[in-house]
Each structure stands twice: as structure tokens, then as C-alpha cells.
Write a protein that binds this ligand. Structure first.
Ligand SMILES: Cc1ncc(COP(=O)(O)O)c(C=O)c1O
Length: 373
């Protein structure tokens, strides 16, 4: 007989082993003017320039497909033995969580954050504690909050840089304070850097946290800043022992990625400047448009976008859920309701789309803000 879920399978009202946000993203975020999806618009295969001879169905992936390992290591500025290729940043994050902490171990996760990080940690039955990044401080990371939250039981501190949902940047001096706090109790720091790639795309590369010390583990992918989500080319960079543990753990899941995707990822990494140039045009045009829009709206409070690809305005009057409903039902436009970040008076606006999509979406957002139910 089929087992039904018991109420104990819910944590804070959310089912364990599921993501409310991802279900919403997959079933409710699609719209003509999609300002919900956070990556730059998809890069078409036809524009990549790869030939059929560049691909192969099967290959020697083992613990990493050599040519891909080599390129990812070069990109990260580390030895290939520190790189774990994974199915997107998503799987890389999961592997880091699962390889650094076990059931009952304490993990400290920023709040708000990308909810999948919390959902994955809860699925692993980790003891999830949160520390705040405050709206009235532009969601800047205050490293003293981490110092205060760390205990001898802490195994891992989890951050996003740039921050999802606000795009706030964590400077290296603040990361160092977090690293010192973690090291003092033998913990590690996971920094999800998937949005940091947008600074590289804009020609303002910022060093990865992985160079700040052995306690840092970083994850990223080609998804967000390059429009290459479908390649599922993610990675984690860690010390060699932890990297080996993650590879072994990965054997319990997909074993190997799809080899044609590995080959295409190698090709994409060899042509990254050309792919980045297109993303850069979109991001530059869209940041100006979005900042002008946000500055002109007295009903929204938001720090200007500076190098990021998402913004997280606070709605000063009215109800965000009603606004999102009006936008979707009357104006063919979607944004992400702040409830998915535990901030119900905010919504997340994505700037990676084609400039005409952003322009059309912002026009409609203005109309929806001016309307009432
Ligand atoms: C912070 C963060 N990490 C990871 C991901 C997933 O990225 P990927 O497509 O590389 O799995 C997202 C997607 O929204 C994200 O916001």
C-alpha cells in the first residue's frame, strides 16, 4: 500500500523533500514578460558554433571528464584535483551540504536566501539555524551576525555572493571575518557564487572566496550569467579531500553527467568571451532601465542594481501577493513573490532577459502598481 506523508514530514509548514519555490518556478513563473527567471536569456545552440564532430555520446567521465576538469580548474585558478563537476550549482550545493554535515549537525544559513539551500539542508536532516541579512541595510552581510551565531556544533556556514535575492556583494574583508569564525570551531563556509559570474561578464571580475582560505568551498555554474542553463555545467571547488568525498557521494546519484553536455560545456568554456559579450549587452542595458524605474517609483524601496542580475524591491503600499496576481492575470508578467524568501513585503525582479522583455515587463509592472484589486 502507498505510504502517505505524516505531519512530521513538514518543517515550518513546508514538506520535507520538496521545494515550494521550485514547484512555483516550474509551473507558475512562465509569462510573456517573465521577470521571474533570474538567468540571462537562453543562449541558442545555433549561435554557439559547435559542430557535430565536437560532440560524442559516450566518453571517459569517471571522476571528471579530463578536458572539462582542466578548463574549470583554469577558470577557477586552482588545481583540477580541487574541482568537482556537478549537475548545476544545485547539485554542487547539495554535495557540499551532504559531504560536510550529517543529520543533527548545525548549519548556519543566511536569511533571506535561495530557498533550495534550506530545503536541501532540511532534507538531509541538518539542524538549520538562520542569521539575518537585513532589508534596512540593503541586505548587506554583517559578518558579526555570523560570529554571534557560530557555536562549537556548527559544521557549515552558507552564503550567496552576490546575494540571492538582493544582489548585495560581500567584500573579501567580510568573508575573511566569516572564515575566521568558521575556522575557530572547525567549520567550513559554502559560498554559492553563481551570481558573482555576472561581475565577470561585466568586466569587473571579483576574486572567488575559494582563494581566501581552506575553510572556503565555492559553487557556481554556467547557468545564470551566460544563458547556458541547459548544459547543467556546475562545479564546486574545495580542498582535495573534500572534493574526493563529493565525487564519491555523487556516485550515489547520477554517477556521470550526460557526455554530450560535458563536450558542449568544454566548447562553451573555450568560447566564453563571445558568450559573455551578449550577456553583457543585456545586463548593461537592463540595469540602467531597471534603476531608472526603481528610482521613479515612490511606492518601492530598493538599492540600485550594481553589477547584479536581480533586484529585491520592497512594496511600501499594498499587498505583494495581490500585486503578483494582477501582474500575471491582467498583464502577462511575472516576478517572484517575496514569500519564497521569507520576506512577504518584497518581490524579486530579474534583469537578465532581453531588453525589450524588461521594458515591456516594467511598463506592465507600473500599471499593476497603479491599479488596485
Ligand atoms: C543562489 C542560487 N544557486 C543556485 C541556483 C541554481 O543554479 P544551477 O542552474 O546552476 O543549478 C540558483 C537558481 O536560481 C540560485 O539562485
Amino acid at each position: 500500500m502507498m505510504q502517505t506523508r505524516s505531519p512530521r514530514d513538514r518543517v515550518d509548514g513546508v514538506p520535507r523533500g520538496a521545494s515550494e519555490y521550485m514547484e512555483w518556478a516550474k509551473t507558475r513563473s512562465h509569462a510573456r514578460f517573465n521577470l521571474a527567471s533570474s538567468g540571462v536569456a537562453a543562449f541558442p545552440l545555433a549561435d554557439l558554433g559547435a559542430r557535430i564532430e565536437d560532440l560524442e555520446i559516450c566518453g571517459d567521465s569517471g571522476y571528471g571528464y579530463g578536458p572539462l576538469q582542466e578548463r574549470l580548474a583554469r577558470k577557477a585558478g586552482v588545481d583540477p584535483g580541487r574541482v568537482v563537476h556537478a549537475i548545476g550549482t544545485s547539485m554542487a550545493n547539495f554535495l557540499v551540504l551532504a559531504a560536510t554535515a550529517g543529520p543533527g549537525d548545525e548549519v548556519l544559513i543566511e536569511e533571506p536566501t535561495y530557498s533550495l539551500l534550506v530545503d536541501a539542508a532540511r532534507w538531509l536532516r541538518l539542524d538549520v539555524r538562520r542569521f539575518p541579512r537585513r532589508a534596512d541595510e540593503g541586505f548587506r552581510l554583517d559578518p558579526r551576525e555570523v560570529e554571534r551565531a557560530v557555536t562549537p556544533r556548527t559544521r557549515l556556514v552558507v552564503l550567496t555572493n552576490l546575494h540571492n535575492p538582493s544582489s548585495a556583494f560581500i567584500p573579501p574583508e567580510d568573508l575573511r571575518v566569516v572564515g575566521d569564525a568558521a575556522r575557530s570551531v572547525g567549520a567550513r563556509v559554502l559560498v554559492d557564487e553563481v551570481y558573482l559570474e555576472s561581475l565577470a561578464v561585466l568586466g569587473r571580475p571579483s576574486g572567488s572566496a575559494v582563494h581566501l582560505g581552506p575553510e572556503f568551498v565555492v559553487t557556481s555554474s554556467l547557468t545564470k550569467a551566460y544563458g547556458l542553463s541547459g548544459l547543467r555545467c556546475g562545479w564546486a571547488v574545495a580542498d582535495p579531500d573534500l572534493a574526493r568525498r563529493m565525487w564519491r557521494l555523487n556516485d550515489l546519484f547520477g554517477v556521470n553527467p550526460a557526455h554530450p553536455a560535458e563536450r558542449l560545456s568544454v566548447f562553451a568554456l573555450d568560447h566564453l568571451p563571445r558568450i559573455a559579450a551578449r550577456a553583457r549587452r543585456n545586463l548593461e542595458a537592463n540595469a540602467d532601465g531597471a534603476n531608472a524605474f526603481l528610482a521613479a517609483r515612490p511606492d518601492l524601496a530598493c538599492s540600485p542594481v550594481d553589477g547584479g542580475m536581480i533586484a529585491f524591491p520592497r512594496l511600501l503600499r499594498g499587498d505583494v501577493e495581490a500585486l503578483c496576481r494582477r501582474l500575471r492575470d491582467r498583464h502577462e508578467t511575472t516576478v517572484v513573490p517575496g514569500r519564497f524568501f521569507g520576506a512577504p513585503d518584497h518581490f524579486r525582479l530579474a534583469l537578465g532577459c532581453a531588453p525589450e522583455t524588461l521594458e515591456g515587463g516594467l511598463e506592465r509592472l507600473a500599471r499593476a502598481l497603479d491599479e488596485t484589486d
